[in-house]
Design a protein around this ligand. Structure first.
Ligand code: RI2
Length: 308
């Protein structure tokens, strides 16, 4: 797909999931590189930065998207040789996509180890790595798990989770988000994905996640997050606050149904580190306080700030 088509797909959430958004952004940069005959450094720099900014504007909260762009452009300040810079963008984009796919598989294996035998699990929204961890525990560890899947208003990503679990033979019940606390007394572990992990180990994830975390804490249920390293926010290390994306009211209420009514529709919320039992990354299972180590390793590798 072209840059414009991918950007439109991310904006409309046809392309969704922080990991898939990041891989799609890298793919878009690869398409831009493969589509230009330009080998002049400055011309390429202008072209790639313009493409990166188009992608950045699609979903401001998606730190994974920003980090994917940093990864793709990480040689930009290291060479002024146009040919070398061009080749690096093609290679880095492809490498990011492969590394992201591998990270999800690794997290699924590590996450499956955390799932107790015959556990009842509660999920919120739809997260690739979290889902694969549950399926891995069910299929490869023989754990007779069953799942309560929050439907996750307003876009009902929980329906995707429920269908994928059903298709893999995992017993699952879809519940409305406000029923999570009711069933939490029967739950052995909560597993969710991540849009962003901040430097202080907080989680930014689909709206409603923080209420699930509150309920899990109240019921003494471990709350586990699956997050690839590229979801960790370098910006928060510098004290730059992550924007919580607010989406169109029409996702919540049919336009004109209640004339004059104001609707708020935040796409994500923040779960404090103290509510998080563990974060499963491809580098291993860490305590939220370990987020700083992941971010420091990213800082050494990614050209933080080049897209400002
Ligand atoms: P994976 C999703 O947001 C959910 O918040 C999910 O937890 C997170 O992205 C990560 O998804 P949205 O794209 O990368 O539905 O684990 O707004 O698939």
């Amino acid at each position: 797909m072209s840059l414009e088509r991918i950007a439109e797909g991310i904006s409309s959430m046809e392309i969704r999931g922080a990991g898939r958004i990041a891989r799609s952004a890298a793919q878009a940069m690869k398409e831009v590189a493969e589509g230009t005959s330009n080998r002049d450094y400055q011309g390429l720099r202008d072209e790639f930065l313009a493409a990166a900014r188009t992608l950045l504007d699609t979903r401001p909260t998606a730190v994974s998207l920003r980090n994917a762009l940093y990864y793709t452009l990480k040689e930009m300040e290291k060479t002024t040789d146009g040919k070398a810079f061009h080749a690096s963008v093609v290679k880095n984009a492809a490498d990011f996509i492969d590394a992201s796919d591998e990270a999800v598989k690794t997290i699924a294996k590590y996450g499956a180890n955390l799932i107790p035998k015959d556990a009842t699990i509660l999920t919120h929204c739809n997260s690739t790595a979290s889902l694969l961890a549950i399926i891995h525990a069910f299929k490869h560890h023989g754990k007779k798990v069953k799942v309560y899947a929050d439907e996750t208003r307003p876009r009902h990503q929980g329906h995707i989770t429920a269908k994928q679990l059903l298709d893999n033979g995992v017993p699952v019940s879809l519940i409305v988000d406000s029923a999570a606390n009711t069933y939490m007394k029967d739950v052995d572990i909560v597993i969710v994905g991540a849009d962003t992990i901040t430097a202080s180990g907080c989680l930014i994830n689909k709206v409603g996640t923080s209420q699930v975390a509150l309920s899990a804490r109240e019921h003494n249920v471990p709350f586990v997050v699956c997050a690839e390293s590229y979801k960790f926010s370098i910006e928060t290390l510098a004290g730059i606050e992550t924007i919580i994306e607010e989406r169109d009211a029409s996702e919540v209420l049919e336009p004109g149904k209640i004339p004059g009514l104001k609707v708020r529709n935040p796409s994500f919320d923040l779960t404090p580190a103290r509510f998080i039992h563990a974060i499963v990354t491809e580098a291993g299972v860490i305590h939220p306080a370990g987020a700083i180590d992941i971010i420091n390793s990213l800082k050494g590798e990614l050209p933080f700030g080049i897209l400002e």
